[in-house]
Design a protein around this ligand. Structure first.
Ligand SMILES: CCCCCCCCCC(=O)SCCNC(=O)CCNC(=O)[C@H](O)C(C)(C)COP(=O)(O)OP(=O)(O)OC[C@H]1O[C@@H](n2cnc3c(N)ncnc32)[C@H](O)[C@@H]1OP(=O)(O)O
Length: 173
């Protein structure tokens, strides 16, 4: 006989139906209010609107270990997803990851300062207006420039009402 694992992994304070703003603050990737999050802080560069980037310097420890001494592959995916998603706001778009692919090129080490860079690739127009599909890429780099992991992602612009339909309360006006 097996017993389901009912252990909670979040504090009670995170119960409830958060607003989008509160949800953003608790984002596993970048939310400062999420005690178990990655607390990634990005700098976006929009000086070239054709090549917007988001860059984050980070370092993880054993909490995120997969292979001994290295970051878990799922966390690597979360890092890359976060870097790509950070490109949506400067593009003034609310968008969600629809598809992403990852090349795990080298194990990504714990305890070392690393660089995470997202780059906007393109947003094909549809019927003469900006389409819903946004294509981004991201990399995790060693400080010597070696690329350790790389992703490409398709993000789909969504209407705020869709989040409402999903049960997430929009922020107060
Ligand atoms: C929202 C703000 C919060 C930001 C937080 C950031 C966190 C980091 C980013 C994330 O991790 S978001 C969380 C993970 N993602 C999800 O949970 C999304 C789950 N998926 C969905 O909710 C829906 O699939 C989605 C809203 C993204 C899209 O559904 P829709 O029904 O609106 O669109 P549809 O499925 O028709 O796809 C839109 C277009 O993409 C095309 N498409 C879909 N998959 C494709 C693919 N793999 N390759 C190429 N094209 C693709 C699809 O054919 C279609 O093309 P057309 O418009 O030309 O018809």
């Amino acid at each position: 006989m097996t017993t389901p694992d009912t252990a909670r992994h979040t504090p009670n304070s995170m119960d409830g139906n958060p607003t989008i703003d509160e949800r953003a603050n608790h984002c596993f990737g970048c939310g400062p209010a999420n005690p178990q999050g990655l607390h990634l802080a990005f700098t976006t560069d929009t000086s070239n609107p054709e090549a917007i980037t988001a860059t984050c310097h980070f370092q993880l420890d054993r909490m995120h270990e997969g292979p001994p001494g290295y970051i878990h592959g799922g966390i690597v995916a979360a890092l890359l997803d976060e870097a790509m998603s950070k490109l949506n706001r400067p593009l003034n778009v609310l968008a969600m990851t629809r598809h992403m692919e990852i090349d795990y090129l080298r194990p990504v080490p714990l305890y070392q300062p690393l660089v995470l860079i997202g780059r906007h690739l393109n947003r094909p127009a549809k019927d003469g207006t900006p389409g819903r599909k946004l294509f981004h890429q991201a990399e995790i780099q060693h400080p010597d420039g070696t690329v350790l992991a790389r992703s490409k992602g398709l993000f789909i612009a969504i209407d705020e009402k869709l989040l409402f339909a999903a049960g997430i309360t929009p922020p107060e006006a």
